[in-house]
Design a protein around this ligand. Structure first.
Ligand SMILES: NC(=O)c1ccc[n+]([C@@H]2O[C@H](COP(=O)([O-])OP(=O)(O)OC[C@H]3O[C@@H](n4cnc5c(N)ncnc54)[C@H](OP(=O)(O)O)[C@@H]3O)[C@@H](O)[C@H]2O)c1
Length: 308
């Protein structure tokens, strides 16, 4: 089968589209034929070696942390899925990844794909959905009637977060550049702020939650929009030397790779609370171009690699 492997850390040139051996399921695993995989910023951050200190990869390694596909075979002890099931899910950064025509993955990391979504759409929401759901539900405990500021709302995680926050009945402030404002409004944001020409701290006031997906200075400045006792949930690097004040909760989610949360996302899609983001589609062999585009950090919605 075809896969994209890296043999070392480096620029996009280390991504090699090549023939590799077909996977075989071990106990507890399924082998899925991948129809679509998405590109996430973590992929090029792992590729370029940024994560070396905490992540010990065995080369050759396949990148890619989410996919949608069809179960080809099941390993011993797998009872929740059968051959032919349409599934989607995520892999951890140190597991063999999804830039491939097939993948052996623990069944516990998968759920049935939402029926109303194509494989491309399901791949587009898998990791970002898991991340946003864990962040806003498990960690922030966002409730109806609360106010949230979602940063980078035109991106993968932020876009899902806006939809989720609206579905629970929150008021949503969101940041994005002006060309993306209609898109972010279409996801459900009540007030969209152009972070380039406007000061978000002057517009978003008395928030219960900030979802911080940009990092650096944005994180430090976000403190001032929170009410006392408000929750700052962040998934990017904290600014150097930043000490959060005592009057807020400062929360870094740990995102498990589990099928239970994926099943909740499937339910959210099936009740109409979540729909697919805008998708830029590229074939798997165009992976270098896909990484270059993702690394601009200005993609609207998601990049999805079509595999079949
Ligand atoms: N993907 C995941 O599940 C995941 C999990 C954990 C952590 N993270 C981290 O979270 C961050 C966001 O991930 P992502 O997948 O959502 O990235 P993404 O889809 O690549 O985000 C791109 C979006 O960011 C917006 N943006 C860039 N700079 C901004 C700024 N200063 N203020 C507001 N918006 C800005 C851009 O909108 P404009 O073009 O309008 O500027 C663009 O639409 C990344 O650092 C990633 O590593 C992601």
């Amino acid at each position: 089968m075809k896969a994209v492997e890296i043999d070392s850390y480096g620029g996009p040139e280390v991504l090699k589209f090549r023939d590799v051996l077909d996977p075989v399921p071990r106990a507890g695993e399924v082998v899925a034929d991948i129809f679509a995989a998405s590109v996430n910023p973590v992929d090029w951050k792992v590729r370029n070696g940024e994560r070396q200190a905490s992540l010990h990869l065995q080369f050759s390694h396949v990148l890619g942390v989410d996919f949608s596909g069809v179960v080809r075979s099941v390993g011993e002890g797998v009872t929740q899925f059968s051959v032919g099931d349409e599934v989607y899910g995520t892999t951890a950064q140190d597991q063999r990844g999804c830039y491939a025509e097939a993948l052996a993955v623990p069944a516990s990391q998968l759920a049935l794909k939402p029926k109303a979504m194509s494989h491309k759409e399901a791949a587009a929401i898998a990791l970002v959905g898991l991340t946003a759901l864990v962040s806003l539900d498990d960690v922030a405990g966002l409730k109806s009637g609360e106010t949230i500021l979602v940063h980078a709302a035109a991106g993968g995680v932020g876009g899902f977060a806006v939809q989720y926050a609206k579905s629970v009945g929150a008021k949503v402030f969101a940041t994005a550049s002006t060309p993306n404002h209609d898109y972010v409004r279409s996801l459900g944001a009540d007030v969209v702020i152009d972070y380039r020409s406007q000061d978000f701290t002057e517009i978003a006031k008395d928030c219960d939650v900030v979802y911080e997906t940009v990092g650096g200075d944005v994180q430090a400045r976000s403190v001032s929009v929170l009410k006392p006792g408000g929750r700052l949930v962040y998934i990017t690097k904290a600014p150097e030397g930043f000490v959060p004040p005592d009057h807020i909760e400062y929360l870094r989610p740990k995102v498990p790779r589990d099928g239970g949360h994926m099943a909740v996302i499937t339910e959210l899609v099936e009740k109409g609370a979540i729909w697919a983001p805008e998708i830029t589609e590229m074939p798997l062999d165009q992976i270098k171009r896909a990484h270059e585009l993702s690394a601009t950090e200005h993609v609207r919605g998601k990049i999805v690699l079509t595999v079949r």
